[in-house]
Design a protein around this ligand. Structure first.
Ligand code: ATP
Length: 228
């Protein structure tokens, strides 16, 4: 089984406070995983460690068996509240991406945005929040990443836009072999889409594994319902 992400005792601290502590987890390739935890649990810090934006203060992290900085071309990242170039149109952003990245699939991005009815010639700053989130996702997917990390991509969207975003993501993953890890403070938004779960609480991994397996364990621990 190929591992997309592997961490051992991973930690990051700010001053004396550990934002991520003793984090050991494995994320098999080809899965859609949810990284769930309340505000301040350490989700953003963990994702930044996986992308190589932060250096660990303890332990280690491997992405496809390598240091994250060695696989930058294989990893797509949609940061929380991604600051897109708001004065540019979606069409311009797609063209710009192609100049920066040789693996860039501009036709795929254009096609995806057209299917979603996103106006290609309107400045991104004038699109709705849901449309901007879709543009950010299309840009990340155009890179054809082997691993796609998304930091609370649907937190600020309304229920319809959340559903549309998750549909686009699931459709894109079904067409490729991309491994996805997306964070949220609400599991309810993701459980239907995800087959793997990582629960963070107070900087530590509380639970990790396949969703089915975790639900089975939970049922076993809970035992038969009273009165049944
Ligand atoms: P949210 O859902 O609110 O974005 P999160 O789960 O993503 O939260 P992090 O942003 O990783 O959590 O923060 C984890 C802890 O680290 C928090 O206590 C936060 O205040 C602290 N923290 C994060 N970044 C910094 C920083 N640059 N300097 C100091 N403390 C930080």
């Amino acid at each position: 089984m190929e591992l997309a992400v592997e961490t051992r005792g991973l930690g990051k601290r700010y001053g004396r406070t550990w934002a991520v502590q003793d984090c050991t987890l494995e994320l098999p390739a080809g899965r859609i995983a949810a990284l769930v935890g309340p505000n301040g649990a350490g989700k953003t810090t963990l994702l930044h460690l996986l992308v190589g934006l932060l250096r660990p203060d303890a332990g280690e992290v491997r992405v496809f068996g390598r240091d994250p900085r060695a696989v930058l071309a294989d990893v797509g990242f949609v940061a929380q509240d991604t600051p897109l170039y708001r004065d540019f149109t979606a069409a311009e952003l797609v063209t710009m991406g192609g100049k920066l990245n040789r693996r860039w699939d501009a036709p795929l991005a254009r096609d995806r945005l057209a299917r979603l009815g996103i106006p290609p010639d309107k400045p991104v700053g004038k699109l709705s929040g849901g449309q901007r989130a879709q543009v950010a996702l299309a840009m990340a997917l155009a890179k054809r990443p082997r691993l796609l990390l998304l930091d609370e991509p649907i937190a600020s969207l309304d229920p319809l836009a959340r559903r549309e975003f998750m549909q686009t993501l699931m459709g894109a993953v079904a067409e490729s072999e991309t491994t996805v890890l997306l964070s949220s403070h609400l599991l309810a938004d993701l459980e239907r889409a995800c087959d793997h779960l990582v629960v963070l609480q107070q900087s530590r991994v509380q639970l990790t594994g396949g969703v089915d397996e975790l639900l089975d364990t939970h049922r076993t621990l809970a035992g038969p319902r009273a009165g049944s």
